[in-house]
Design a protein around this ligand. Structure first.
Ligand code: TEU
Length: 563
């Protein structure tokens, strides 16, 4: 039972620690989010994804959950969350929460009980294997570095599996009792009033058993988890069961964090009729140019042609199947304007360029997600030294770069463009020292440029923020919502360099979206000389059309309607 309500909505992601602090302790909180619902409503947001706020030791900033049914006191209380739900609903905002069920925290009582009695019922909630002190059950590498196996506390003859940090033991989805616990918990949140979920690292829940070694992809003799995912089969059975047990009982919107999906699996994941999830994120640009060797060997930013091939390829891959959730950034990624605008091009950080990128991805078929601060045009931050970094992933990638022979300085420069710190600094609500984020001392320095703040951009009609508002209004406009949410995607003049252009078409209305991803002008021939093209919106400067030719100025973006 999944209605259509979400198809024309625009979603917004909040990483609660850095969004808004109402209590004055320097850490963002739920009351802070509630205090900004009017801002989100004015922006036009219909779906709010809040990253984890459950009790957690915060080793992985909340993605290590120690109790699935409560709120971490740092973020507030259950009453605060209920108030947030009520206030959001008054503003027609649906709240979705983050379900992190590939693993939990080692502080969760399930894991504590598993350590007490590895052969007991909770031992079977995890992957615990015998260990001779020498040979691990397999040579997979954890996402945050080192082997995926760690000695089980109190049991030197046993190891447990963790795909992420060693404080994040993987849950054993082969165990029906574990699955029943998870479905119960998901239904509990839905009954409370959340409208769905973002499913964290969900592709990882199915392991290839029995565990075995894979060809090593680095000198450490280990192999990336993606080697296992390539062999994985049977995850669709878990997804079908989850759909029956949870999603079919409620009218939800769900989005899977799914990397490494194979084309033949997409229907089971997001198929319009029988897929488990409403959508999955398009990570094609995120993974582009990433090296198995680590961030230090990965491409920091994409050319316009590379970006175009990613998003167009992704659109085509789901065309007859279902929908994507489109993003340019999130709490794990660098800022979109620092990755998807060609950083060697003149003017790539101009407002025009940022707006062109925003318009290009927001009008693709699917549900657009905006990550906090993205709507201000916020860029990657300066990371002055590795001592200032607390993110487990960045620290591991820094070590990896050093081990490959890079100097400290080179290693920092190599990991900075990918560091999760870029997106995790506090939001700037005004131009004051602490950005209006807190009355206390922020848990981490703001670091982003003060120019990107809500108060100033609200006042400036030409700001990036006001352009995002315009785009969201266009998506919900009576005349265009159907073509923009349901219409087909069709590439236009795909081979024209640094032009990203496509149609959205629903049989009634045809829109032509075009963006010039370079500082120089370029001409584009209109598709049909017998038709008139009405300008629906641009990113600022007037658009020049002479006869059948549009002259796009540098970084110009436009939407035309075929009449
Ligand atoms: O991220 C998962 C994640 O990044 C990997 O699953 C993915 O395989 C890899 O990036 C591919 O390049 C989620 C959360 O978003 C992140 O913040 C957490 O740290 C992580 O899960 C662990 O819960």
């Amino acid at each position: 039972m999944s209605g259509d309500w979400w198809k024309s909505e625009t979603a917004y992601q909040i990483w609660p620690k850095s969004f808004m602090d109402a209590s004055g302790d320097g850490i963002g909180d739920l009351k802070g989010i509630t205090s900004k619902l009017d801002y989100l409503h004015d922006l036009g947001i219909g779906i709010l994804w809040i990253s984890p706020f459950y009790p957690s030791p915060l080793v992985d900033e909340g993605y290590d959950i120690s109790d699935y049914y409560s709120i971490d006191p740092r973020f507030g209380t259950m009453a605060d969350f209920e108030e947030l739900l009520t206030e959001a609903s008054k503003r027609d905002i649906h709240v979705i929460t983050d379900i992190v069920v590939n693993h939990c925290s080692d502080q969760h009582e399930w894991f504590r009980k598993a350590c007490e009695d590895p052969d007991g019922p909770y031992g079977r909630f995890f992957y615990i294997e015998d260990w001779d002190g020498e040979h691990l059950p397999c040579n997979l590498r954890s996402e945050f570095g080192g082997p995926v196996w760690e000695p089980l506390p109190g049991h030197p003859d046993k190891v447990y599996l963790h795909f992420f940090d060693k404080t994040q033991p993987d849950l054993n989805w082969e165990n029906p009792d574990l699955r029943a616990e998870i479905y119960k918990m998901m239904n509990w949140w839905l009954d409370k009033g959340v409208s769905g979920f973002r499913m964290d690292a969900i592709i990882n829940i199915k392991k290839v058993l029995p565990f075995h070694d894979y060809p090593a992809d680095r000198d450490d003799g280990l192999a990336s988890v993606s080697a296992m995912l390539k062999e994985q089969t049977g995850i669709d059975q878990f997804f079908r069961e989850m759909k029956e047990q949870v999603f079919d009982q409620h009218d939800t919107f769900t989005v899977g964090e799914i990397f490494d999906a194979r084309p033949e699996e997409l229907a089971a994941f997001i198929g319009t009729d029988n897929g488990c999830f409403s959508s999955m994120f398009d990570f094609s640009g995120e993974v582009f140019g990433k090296s198995e060797l680590g961030w230090y060997r990965s491409k920091a930013y994409l050319s316009a042609e590379e970006y175009k091939s990613c998003i167009f390829g992704a659109q085509r891959s789901v065309r007859e199947i279902g929908r994507l959730s489109n993003i340019i950034e999130n709490h794990d990624e660098p800022r979109g304007v620092s990755r998807y605008l060609p950083q060697d091009a003149w003017g790539c950080h101009s407002d025009d360029a940022k707006k062109a990128l925003a318009g290009t991805y927001m009008l693709l078929r699917g549900v657009p997600f905006i990550y906090q601060g993205q709507e201000l045009g916020t860029e990657n931050v300066d990371i002055p030294s590795i001592e200032k970094v607390s993110d487990v992933w960045t620290l591991d990638q820094y070590r990896t770069a050093q081990e490959a022979g890079l100097s400290d300085e080179e290693a920092l420069a190599a990991v900075a463009p990918f560091s999760r710190d870029n997106a995790r600094v506090p939001m700037r609500w005004d131009d004051s020292e602490n950005g209006g984020f807190t009355d206390g001392t922020p848990w981490t320095p703001l670091r982003s440029a003060p120019a990107f703040n809500v108060a100033d951009e609200e006042e400036n009609p030409d700001s990036v923020l006001n352009f995002y508002r315009q785009l969201i209004r266009l998506r919900s406009n009576e005349e265009y919502w159907d073509v923009l949410s349901n219409g087909e995607f069709l590439a236009y003049e795909e081979n024209q360099k640094n032009l990203i252009s496509y149609f959205r078409w629903n049989g009634v209305c045809t829109l032509l979206v075009m963006a010039n991803f370079q500082a120089e002008c370029q001409n584009v021939e209109l598709p049909d000389e017998n038709k008139a093209y009405e300008i629906i919106m641009t990113n600022g400067k007037p658009l020049h059309i002479f006869g059948n030719t549009v002259t796009l100025l540098g970084w110009q973006f436009a939407v035309l309607q075929e009449r």
